[in-house]
Design a protein around this ligand. Structure first.
Ligand SMILES: [Zn+2]
Ligand SMILES: [Zn+2]
Length: 414
């Protein structure tokens, strides 16, 4: 079958799904004030500036039009259907996007690939800024939601949620968590406290969460005189806010750091040797709130570098552009992702550690489809592993087949 046939097959499956599962489509808070956007299978057009007074109207629209992707605005508007500058912005949820695209995992070089749109030159991993062959700047990228990448995204999500709960004082029921349907997680805060924050205020929040500009000397790292000698003191493990985070991150880092990792921070070899040797004693001293200067030749500057590294482990790797954008369109929970055929699905914050996207986001649970797969890495769906595949016809459970078709890695076989 050719490409258009693939698309009509996927559309048919999406249509079937929505006709039976429209009740899964979740209404956002104050639906009447939200702008909706849809991309359609036909010609890949984007329809925006739609609004719906009731969830039933939205569900009917989706059933009738079968979009490939469904989005809603993080913003609330007086007139959601008006032109951008005439909508009457009323406020916006605080929204975070965590995607494996922004997390440097080692496996992306194994499973992700790109091809230059001008000259078809191909490579592995993340696409470069410029094509090494022709200098072109536009690429077709194929990324995969592998287990390691999804796990990396989960770790960042957990750190983000911890900051929102502990440092920002939000409660768990003000935070909405969801799997994006592809390679990451979405975290939204729906609360009057965040509603009217402008882009600049949201940038401040981004800086806090990413630990931007954290300098240990402003967070308890100090040199104090004690008689004729000097003592270095640092933040405590149980300090609130970034002090405690920096201390805990440094603790975790030192617990595991290799000599070469410490050297790469610009610390002298003999100092590194002593640090590694005294590691246990240092960590024990911190646990008791003791001084930090147990290593000769390691002063405020050296400790500053180590703490910097430790703090970076505590920051959450979010897509900063998304959070600052107060007009952002976001995929609607309970709808299908057009590039995977998986569900965007929300879950309570308390389930973030156990949530299994490769099981719970499965939308197509019955039947099998025969496809010809060009190339795909090993993938898990539910409890089963599929692939790797290379130039072969194979009969797969519907969800796996649809996933590969949506990815453009396979075609339907009659
Ligand atoms: Zn090129
Ligand atoms: Zn991966």
């Amino acid at each position: 079958m050719s490409e258009p046939n693939n698309i009509s097959f996927i559309r048919e499956m999406f249509s079937d799904f929505y006709s039976k599962n429209a009740d899964k489509i979740e209404p956002p808070k104050s639906i009447e004030n939200r702008e909706f956007g849809f991309s359609l299978f036909k010609e890949n057009v984007m329809v925006r500036h739609k609004s719906f007074a009731r969830i039933e109207d939205l569900r009917d629209f989706i059933k009738k039009n079968v979009p490939s992707n469904v989005y809603y605005s993080s913003a609330y508007y007086s007139f959601p259907e008006a032109k951008m500058d005439e909508k009457g912005w009323l406020g916006s949820d605080l929204f975070f996007d965590i995607d494996a695209d922004h997390i440097p995992t080692k496996c992306n070089k194994m499973h992700d690939s790109w091809a230059c749109k001008s000259c078809n030159f191909e490579g592995r991993g993340k696409a470069p800024e410029k094509c090494p062959n022709c200098g072109g700047e536009s690429f077709d990228e194929r990324t995969w939601p592998c287990e390691v990448c999804l796990e990396a995204a989960r770790v960042e999500t957990i750190k983000l949620i911890d900051i929102l709960l502990e440092d920002f004082g939000l409660s768990a029921d003000e935070i909405k968590c969801s799997f994006s349907g592809h390679r990451g997680y979405h975290v939204g805060v729906e609360s009057d406290i965040v509603l009217e924050l402008d882009a600049l205020s949201r940038k401040e929040i981004v800086d806090y969460i990413t630990g931007t500009g954290i300098d240990a000397v402003f967070h308890g790292l100090d040199e104090i005189r004690s008689g004729s000698s000097k003592i270095i003191v640092g933040p405590s493990l149980d300090d609130p806010g970034w002090r405690g985070r920096a201390a805990r991150g440094t603790y975790d880092f030192l617990l595991r750091a290799s000599a070469s990792e410490l050297k790469s921070l610009g610390i002298k070899k003999n100092v590194v040797m002593e640090l590694v040797e005294k590691r246990d004693a240092i960590l024990e001293s911190w646990r008791r709130g003791g001084p930090w200067n147990t290593v000769r030749g390691l002063g405020i500057k050296g400790w500053g570098k180590i703490i910097q590294r430790g703090a970076s482990l505590q920051s959450a790797n979010i897509d900063t552009v998304v959070t600052v954008d107060i007009h952002r369109l976001i995929r609607l929970p309970g709808t299908l992702h057009g590039k995977t055929g998986l569900l965007k699905i929300s879950f309570p914050v308390s389930r973030v550690e156990e949530f299994d996207p490769q099981k719970e986001a499965i939308a197509f649970k019955a039947g099998e489809v025969k496809v010809y797969v060009e190339e795909a890495p090993e993938l898990r769906f539910g409890d089963e592993i599929f692939g790797p595949f290379k130039s072969q016809a194979v009969t797969l459970p519907t969800q796996v087949a649809i996933f590969l078709l949506c990815k453009g890695a396979a075609r339907v076989v009659d």
